[in-house]
Design a protein around this ligand. Sequence first.
Ligand code: COA
Length: 156
Amino acid sequence: MLITQMTEREVPAVARLEGQIFSAPWSEQGFSDTLAMENVLFLVAKDGEEVCGYCGVYLAADEGEITNVAVARPYRRRGIAERLVRALIEKTASYGIQNYILEVRISNDAAIKLYEKIGFKRCAVRRGFYEKPREDACVMHYHVDDTPVISTVRQD
Ligand SMILES: CC(C)(COP(=O)(O)OP(=O)(O)OC[C@H]1O[C@@H](n2cnc3c(N)ncnc32)[C@H](O)[C@@H]1OP(=O)(O)O)[C@@H](O)C(=O)NCCC(=O)NCCS
């Protein structure tokens, strides 16, 4: 399993996965437009040529907003999302990002447990944040401390 920076090459496979997993998925164009921005980092996990997971973050000042985190169903519970998010933090913390924030559906126990394992704390609830179905968001925050994270991302 290799974790690398997402490029245009992976966008069709990532958008396909996104469409299978989320009720309001980003489009292929949406991923392409986002990748073209300067203040983002998106990572993919690949098993050979197959994209099996991805995640991304928008960077502003010292804060990173984590957007999409997803792993293809057959690849779940193998530590891929944990490696992806830790790699995203490791890489962007080296750019000076100190704080990470994300929203997650309040009923999404798997994702909340994932983020808590990494060190995120629940900090707020956004009422009715999600559509399809309408649901509250749990806002979670992580502050970079001195704890070393395991290096998982290839330096390109
Ligand atoms: C949430 C998701 C990304 C987790 O991916 P994953 O690769 O299976 O997660 P990992 O194997 O890295 O799990 C890491 C930790 O997360 C937690 N976790 C992950 N899936 C879990 C589940 N189904 N139930 C309970 N805890 C879970 C556990 O603490 C796990 O650590 P452990 O294996 O030592 O117990 C995946 O289930 C997914 O793609 N879900 C649909 C998309 C989604 O909800 N994305 C998040 C949007 S905010």
